[in-house]
Design a protein around this ligand. Sequence first.
Ligand SMILES: [Zn+2]
Length: 146
Amino acid sequence: MKWISHIALTGTIAYAATQDPLPAAAACVGAILPDKIEGTPGSVGWRTWRSRHRGWSHWPLLYLALLGALTHSAGYFFYDAAFFSVLTWLLIGALLHIAEDAVCGKVPLLTPSEKYGIRLFTVGSFREYLFVLACIAAVYVIRSLL
Ligand SMILES: [Zn+2]
């Protein structure tokens, strides 16, 4: 999925869940985090990028572990609700990125090297934007029913 699609869909989901622009903005940053960690063919070289592509940077257990560590650390360190909300939604945004990548290719699941997914559309195609639009509409419908 293109970054604009990741940001639009993830931001919509986060805002629908929280009704707060701060966690929604944090989720939008998280929505591009796995690809940012991975680098681009221009910045790391095509062979390095290809070998890293959707590897450990797209491994959901890594982000779930960080989310768990963050939740458990809340009582031990200083606690600021807004700060923890931003970090939590940053990680949730990254998890949503991985889920969104899983419908246009394969992403890791239990290990960084075993990949699963389906290809509903080609990245950057008209079908991608149609898919994202349908998902955003579904989020609005679900949110309006709650
Ligand atoms: Zn990605």
